[in-house]
Design a protein around this ligand. Structure first.
Ligand SMILES: [Zn+2]
Length: 462
C-alpha cells in the first residue's frame, strides 16, 4: 500500500517543473585578478575558486563601465551606457542619470516568467532614486559611506529572510560593499596579509577616497600594503559566500539555484599610475570576475571575451526567458559553447566618474581607450591574463587602432561623448552627502545643474 502510494505520487504528471532560483551576487570594486582562480598569488578566495571550478567561469569578462552606476544599469538593463544613459553627465558633473521607466529590466522579464524578485543592496548608486529597483517586488536599500556599510553577512540574512517568504522561483540580487575603500576588514581578517608590512605607518587609507594619486604615486612598499588591505576585504566576502552557500543548502535550495558572482568594476592600484576607480576604463577597472555555479551548465574556464550584457542574456536563457529588445548582448552559454553566430569578441566600456569623457573597447588582443577631449586614444596589448601592461608596438598601432575604433563606431555609431544623462540631479541632501563622503562629488553643497550646451561632438571626434 505504502509503495503504491509513493509510486502514484512520483508519477503525477501535472507537477510543473520549477524554474531554477537565481542569485546574482555583485561584489563592489572586486578585480578579477585578485581572486585565486584568476591567478592571484595570495589565497583570497577559496570558496569562490571552488565555485568556479565546479561551474563555469569567464577568464576575460568585462563590465560596461569603471564605476558603479552605469555598470549596474547595464547589468539590470542589458544595455550599454550610451543606450541607458544612466551615469554621470559628460559635461555637468553634479548631474547623474536615472533609468527610464520605459527600459525593460532583467528583473521585469524574470517577473513575467513568474519569478518573485528581491534585492538587498548597499551602494549609494543603488539608491531607489536611480531606478535600478525597477521590477523588484522587494528592494532593501541602505546607503553606505567608505567607513560604514551594511555587511555582506547581514545582507545575506536579509536575503534569506525574504527567500523564506517566497513559494515559487526567485531572483535575488545581493550587492556587497566590502572591497570598496577604506579596506578595513573585520576581525579576524584585518591584518591577515598586511600585519608585517612596515609601510603601514606611511599611509592613511582614510585619505585615499576619491583620489587618483597620479601625481603622488606612493612607494612600492606602500602600494603593496594597500593591496594587502584590499585583499583582506576579499577574504571577508569569500567567507560570506561560504555562509551564503550554507544558508541555501540548509533551505534545500542550493541544488536548484543558479548562482552568478560578478563585480561592478575593479580598482586601480597604480597599474597605470592611478588609484581607486572611476577615472579610466582600462582592464584593472573593467575586467571583472564572472563565475556561474550551482544549477548551471558546467563548462569550466572559458577564454572568450564576454561582457555584462552577455551575462544578462545568459541568465535569461537559463530559464528559457526571452531577451530584452534592443540589447546587444549575446547569450553567454552560446559563447561558452562556441555556437554564438553574432559574437563580435569585443567588450565596450563607457562613461567615467572623474574627468573628461572616454570610451573603450577591448578584444582578445588589444584595448583602445579613447579620450574625447584630447581626441586621442591609447592602445594596449592585452596579456594572456587579460590585463594591459604594454602599449601596442608602433608598427601595429594603425591596424589595431582602426580595428577597435571601427568596432566602437559600429556598436555605438561614433566616438562622441554620451549626450545626456537621463536628466536627474542630486537634490536629496542625505544622498548627496553620502556620494560626497564616497568622494564622488567635489562641490560643497547641492547646486542645481547649470544648463550648458554640450560640446559639439564633431569637434572632438573623427
Ligand atoms: Zn562600485
Amino acid at each position: 500500500m505504502f509503495w503504491s502510494l509513493l509510486l502514484a505520487c512520483s508519477q503525477t504528471p501535472q507537477e510543473p517543473v520549477k524554474k531554477p532560483d537565481i542569485v546574482l551576487v555583485v561584489i563592489d570594486t572586486l578585480r578579477a585578478d585578485h581572486l585565486g582562480v584568476y591567478g592571484h598569488r595570495r589565497p583570497t578566495s577559496p570558496t569562490m575558486d571552488q565555485l568556479a571550478k565546479d561551474g563555469t567561469w569567464f577568464h576575460r569578462a568585462y563590465a560596461q563601465s569603471g564605476w558603479t552606476l552605469p555598470s549596474m544599469a547595464s547589468l539590470m538593463s542589458g544595455l550599454y551606457p550610451h543606450q541607458h544613459l544612466v551615469g554621470r553627465h559628460s559635461f555637468r558633473g553634479n548631474e547623474f542619470g536615472k533609468l527610464s521607466p520605459e527600459v525593460v529590466t532583467l528583473t521585469e522579464v524574470l517577473k513575467t516568467q513568474g519569478y518573485a524578485t528581491g534585492a538587498v543592496v548597499n551602494n549609494t548608486f543603488m539608491a531607489p532614486e536611480f531606478n535600478l529597483k525597477q521590477g523588484f517586488d522587494s528592494y532593501d536599500y541602505q546607503g553606505a559611506t567608505n567607513v560604514e556599510h551594511r555587511s555582506a553577512r547581514e545582507s545575506i540574512d536579509l536575503g534569506m529572510k525574504w527567500l523564506d517568504q517566497q513559494e515559487g522561483s526567485t531572483f535575488l540580487l545581493l550587492h556587497f560593499m566590502e572591497p570598496h575603500l577604506n579596506y578595513e576588514a573585520t576581525v579576524p581578517y584585518l591584518g591577515k596579509f598586511s600585519k608585517d608590512n612596515a609601510a603601514a605607518s606611511e599611509i592613511n587609507l582614510g585619505e585615499l577616497v576619491g583620489k587618483s594619486h597620479r601625481k603622488t604615486v606612493p612607494s612600492r612598499a606602500v602600494q603593496e600594503y594597500v593591496r594587502q588591505r584590499y585583499d583582506e576585504e576579499i577574504l571577508v566576502v569569500d567567507e560570506a559566500m561560504e555562509y551564503l552557500l550554507s544558508e541555501l543548502k540548509v533551505r534545500s535550495r542550493w541544488s536548484n539555484t543558479a548562482l552568478a558572482i560578478t563585480s561592478d568594476h575593479g580598482e586601480e592600484f597604480w597599474d597605470h599610475g592611478g588609484f581607486e576607480h572611476g577615472h579610466t576604463l582600462k582592464g584593472e577597472l573593467t575586467r571583472i570576475p564572472l563565475i556561474l555555479s550551482g544549477a548551471v551548465p558546467k563548462k569550466g574556464r572559458v577564454d572568450d571575451v564576454v561582457e555584462h550584457v552577455d551575462l544578462v542574456h545568459g541568465l535569461l536563457s537559463l530559464v528559457g526567458a526571452p531577451m530584452m529588445e534592443g540589447s546587444s548582448g549575446v547569450d553567454l552559454w552560446k559563447i561558452a559553447d562556441g555556437t554564438a553566430k553574432d559574437a563580435d569578441g569585443i567588450a565596450l566600456s563607457e562613461n567615467i566618474l572623474y574627468g573628461p569623457p572616454r570610451v573603450s573597447a577591448v578584444d582578445k588582443d588589444a584595448r583602445l581607450e579613447f579620450a574625447f577631449e584630447a581626441n586621442a586614444g591609447s592602445l594596449w596589448v592585452v596579456d594572456p591574463d587579460g590585463l594591459e601592461r604594454e602599449q601596442v608596438a608602433p608598427d601595429l598601432r594603425q591596424a589595431t587602432g582602426n580595428r577597435l575604433s571601427e568596432a566602437i563606431k559600429s556598436i555605438r555609431g561614433g566616438l562622441q561623448p554620451i549626450d545626456g544623462a537621463g536628466g536627474v540631479s542630486i537634490e536629496d541632501y542625505e544622498m548627496f552627502n553620502q556620494l560626497q563622503s564616497l568622494g564622488y562629488i567635489d562641490a560643497p553643497e547641492p547646486t542645481p545643474p547649470t544648463p550648458t550646451k554640450p560640446a559639439d561632438p564633431t569637434e572632438s571626434a573623427h
